[in-house]
Design a protein around this ligand. Structure first.
Ligand SMILES: NC(=O)c1ccc[n+]([C@@H]2O[C@H](COP(=O)([O-])OP(=O)(O)OC[C@H]3O[C@@H](n4cnc5c(N)ncnc54)[C@H](OP(=O)(O)O)[C@@H]3O)[C@@H](O)[C@H]2O)c1
Length: 327
């Protein structure tokens, strides 16, 4: 059995992305995560970003991805393109969630390796972990139990992405790494009325209630489940940090390490939005998993910590929402 530490020695001087004129391809640059990474790279002085919209380059099309890499030959690649969605979408379109994600990541990872990319970072999410993983969830909980069935199609694709990075590292001594972020929020999030995550959904509901002058907003459950949130700009900061500083077989969790109850979150969103009516809890409705927190101590041990408080992050997100989301 080879230990994880043994693989570090395969790439003794693994390159970090320190040259600001290096060609960096950010796949999925128009999404929540990709757009924040692009901004962060610009803030860090990167001048040679290669960006393609979905319409310009469909990443599920192997021949097109191969041609793109053969002509552009990016030195560094960040994979923030994915087919993402909630429980309903996963249940309705399981073939898309497993198939499209496997295609996107396989095409990018293989083409990047074959065209001389020096380093690649693949992004997944906390849904890779078993439904009953220990809390906080450490990286080595991966593949120790049954997945949450509602998103297993997506999770299996993401696990395959981690494993593909590991396999290419082992077989080709190629510097592919993976980061698994916790729940993210921020500008460019999805605020769709039926198909958004809890934080943007709450923001939209309080905002609409404020605009319509409603007296109350009813939220499902008791508000007791504990959740972790990370502002997407912090995630982008962690991505740049990992590209510069981390080279290893093991994927790294990226979280804030701070838990809030859904009730605390809802009250904070209500305050930030400025809704002055009542917040009512419909306790006849289900609560969901009682606690979900990532153990991000490995990344912290390398020297990275988040900087944006939940309150500040919500203020920033609500500003973006007010200016950008059509009511
Ligand atoms: N949001 C979260 O809370 C969260 C948490 C943890 C991890 N993550 C991870 O972060 C990554 C990005 O998520 P996100 O929230 O930024 O999703 P997003 O906002 O939906 O962005 C995904 C991007 O990928 C692009 N894309 C999808 N299919 C494509 C294709 N076939 N060809 C080219 N581009 C394609 C999308 O373009 P179109 O919109 O034009 O299709 C979009 O710009 C995912 O791997 C996700 O697992 C997200």
């Amino acid at each position: 059995m080879v230990s994880i530490g043994d693989y570090y020695s395969f790439i003794p001087c693994a390159p970090g992305v320190s040259d600001k004129s290096a060609k960096v391809f950010v796949a999925g640059h128009r999404g929540l995560v990709g757009s924040a990474i692009v901004e962060k790279l610009k803030q860090h002085g990167f001048t040679n970003l290669i960006l393609r919209s979905h319409a310009e380059l469909d990443l599920t099309r192997q021949a097109d991805v191969e041609a793109f890499f053969a002509s552009e030959k990016p030195e560094f690649v960040i994979v923030a393109a994915a087919k993402v969605g909630g429980i309903h979408a996963n249940n309705t379109y399981p073939a898309d969630f497993i198939g499209i994600n496997l295609q996107i990541q396989t095409n990018i990872i293989d083409s990047a390796y074959r065209n001389g990319t020096k380093k690649l970072l693949f992004l997944g999410s906390s849904c890779i972990y078993p439904k009953f993983a220990p809390q906080p969830i450490p990286e080595d909980a991966l593949l120790t139990g049954t997945l949450e069935p509602t998103n297993e199609w997506y999770a299996i694709a993401k696990i395959a992405g981690i494993k593909m990075c590991q396999a290419y590292r082992i077989q080709y001594k190629w510097d592919a790494i993976s980061g698994m972020p916790t729940n993210l929020y921020g500008p460019n999030d999805n605020f769709h009325p039926e198909n958004s995550h809890v934080l943007p959904a709450l923001m939209r509901r309080f905002h609409e209630a404020k605009v319509k002058g409603l007296k109350e907003v009813v939220v499902w459950g008791t508000g007791s489940p504990l959740r972790e949130f990370l502002h997407v700009d912090d995630l982008a900061d962690a991505v740049v940090f990992m590209m510069e500083k981390y080279s290893g077989l093991e994927h790294l969790n990226v979280g804030s390490g701070k838990e809030v109850t859904i009730k605390e979150l809802a009250e904070l969103v209500k305050e930030v939005v400025g809704f002055e009516g009542d917040l009512i809890w419909d306790t006849t409705k289900p609560d969901g998993t009682p606690r979900k927190l990532m153990d991000s101590s490995k990344l912290a041990g390398l020297g990275w910590t988040p900087k944006i408080s939940l309150k500040d992050g919500l203020v920033d997100t609500y500003k973006w929402y007010s200016e950008n989301v059509k009511q």
